[in-house]
Design a protein around this ligand. Sequence first.
Ligand SMILES: Nc1ncnc2c1ncn2[C@@H]1O[C@H](COP(=O)(O)OP(=O)(O)OP(=O)(O)O)[C@@H](O)[C@H]1O
Length: 779
Amino acid sequence: MMKSRRDVIKSPHKKNNLTISRPLSRLNKPSVLTATTSTSRANIKVVVRVRPSNTKESGDNHRVVVKVVDENVLIFDPKENAEPFFYHGVQQKTRDLLRKTQKDLQFTFHRVFDVHVQNAEVFDHSTKPLINSLMDGINCSVFAYGATGAGKTYTMLGNPSNPGITFLTMEQLFHTKEELSADRDFQLGITYLEVYNEIVQDLLNPGSTLTLREDSKFGVVVAGIKYVEIKSANELYTLLEQGNKNRTQHPTDANSESSRSHAVFQVYLKMKFKVTGEIRMAKLSMIDLAGSERGSATGFQGARFVEGANINKSLLALGNCINSLADSQRHVPYRDSKLTRLLKDSLGGNCQTVMIANVSPSSLSYEDTYNTLRYATRAKAIKSSIKRNVVNIDLKVEQYAKIVEELNKELARAKTEIKELREGRSKSAVSVEVDPDVMSQIEEIFNQRKSILERIYSMEMSEQIVELRSQVKEDANSRLSGLCYDTPDKEERHRKLDNTIQRCHKQKETFREKIDSLNLEKTNLENKMKTLVVQYPSVKFSIDLKELELSKLEEEYKNQLIQKQIRIYREDRQQLGDLIEKMCLVLKPCFIQLRGMGYATDNMIHDYESILSQSQGIRNIKWEDEVHPPIPDSGVCSTTTIITDDNADSHTLRSPPPSADETFKLPDVKEAGPVERVPIGDVTFSINTPRKTPTKMTTKSKICTDQILVKAYKPSPIKKPKLNSAALKMKENIAAKPVKRIFQTTAQKLHLRKGGSESTSSVSQTKNHHPSSRPIFRR
Ligand SMILES: Nc1ncnc2c1ncn2[C@@H]1O[C@H](COP(=O)(O)OP(=O)(O)OP(=O)(O)O)[C@@H](O)[C@H]1O
């Protein structure tokens, strides 16, 4: 009795509207196959699923013959703990002779699913990874193999509460499609057919018998089948349900709803990249095979016997193909049955394949389970070649010509490279044969070079350290001149320092000489090496490697040297800091005392103030390019005094000399107020006083410039110095002090002496933007 399996799949979102069938081949016919990426070989992935025992199998007379050890290993017919065997009431030492010996065979697969595992988990570890391959344009295939009633249909189709991997795979496919829809346009069509008694029939559009043929892009295709375009996984429920109604099923002794045909569900996928126009095509086949059972298990008679014979014929052909492929035989008997022709791609062609072997755990299916496991093990050895199906519909004939030209060029290049490589290799072989000592010679030279390098760097490091030391001593020497009185002690100190500096210079010279001679040696060795490369080109690679090693060494030395320098500078700075601190401790009370007693000269006061400013990080003068426009209405804070040197030519102060343009461009000079000219010795200074000056200043008032705070003191009574002597002192100082400070000091002092306002005595900041980075001078 034929019956349709209606309740295998029930759509949770059943739709009333029918899908319009449309042949996909006509819709998507690609014009040219332009490229397929490189082919890779991959083994078929084989997983085994053990279904739970049913009521019949759970009976007393049957035992479990499949024991899942872990997710990769199972034991078929495991050894059990021997139950005591009694004869005439006496326990026997030997075993029950009537009982069969257990095979206790261990099988390993890519994954083993135990009885409690649900379809979702099977999907995760079997077909889910195929989706990415499909998106890459790789054909994929999944087939469920096993005896009747072993759980193939349950795995592939499942039921509404536990959907099978076909639905789950399609759901995932649509999900991924959705994710990628921003970049690609998709077209997706499905077919659902069965192979029954060597006849191929469309399950979605039942009618005439269909024939198989091979296609260059999709491999084996069924001629005349209708492709149905679907937009969501839910549409699939309806279609699979519809197709299952048409599938040939009969109750057998092993399965009341046994599928007597091989059901093939196929998805044709076409993707077009929106930007590049690249087209990828892929086919997913999901095959639910008919049960691979023995006749006795099905209780075959009459028509069922013929049906069973056909099933077995195709499965036998499948077994032969698996064996041939596993043994890498050249001839694989695909043509022996419709099933094997259909599975040609899935087994040994351009396809990524997953085989799900279903087994019953019961001793009732002992032979079938054993056969299935052996089949599955054989299938593990099969390798299929995988390549992406990339098609570009936009290519024209002339583009083909271009591609061929490019490929030819590439081929020629590759040929030349291979030739060169071969020649290189033979030369190297010859060189090794002719002079086996070359390598050790190279090794020797490198070792010498390495040792020379080490010496050079150690010398250079010492040289640097000596250099720094002499600098430190020179600094100390100049500090000493500023601090010490002209006493014999001072002379002695200078002498000692000079001696040390001299020693350092001598050491430096010695180091330099040594370094130079080492460098000469190094160059000689490098030249030797170059000669060797010319003589034996094949050793170039090893020499390059050695060179790399040396340059690494060089980098390491440089790094060490820098670290050392930083350490020395830090130490020096630290010492200097300590010295300044100590000097401050002495300077402050001295200065306070002198000033309190009225002995502090203007110079001293100013210098002390300068030190204060400097120690705060305040600069004495603003350079033109740093000056900001005046802040309007800034009251007492707005002081703009420009100090210029009228006779700059007559002495050595002007440094650096300003260009003609820059010198006289002083946009704010007029705003700065009247110019006062003050002669000091042979130097005449022009002082621009600000328009706005504070009306009243206290003795210790603060004058705020735009940028800085400067304390202005009312000058203490000047007793000793007269104007001329001050000017003379200035002249003396001129040679030693930086120009800007001298101007500042002089201008400040003179202006105060001439009775100028206190506010103008402060060193003020120019507020003019000027491209030059020099203080403002006027000839
Ligand atoms: N993993 C499982 N969990 C629960 N029940 C299962 C499982 N696998 C199979 N079954 C049940 O076992 C019975 C036989 O399963 P199924 O129809 O899938 O076998 P089959 O291999 O497709 O057989 P046939 O080749 O005869 O079609 C069904 O009633 C099914 O519900």
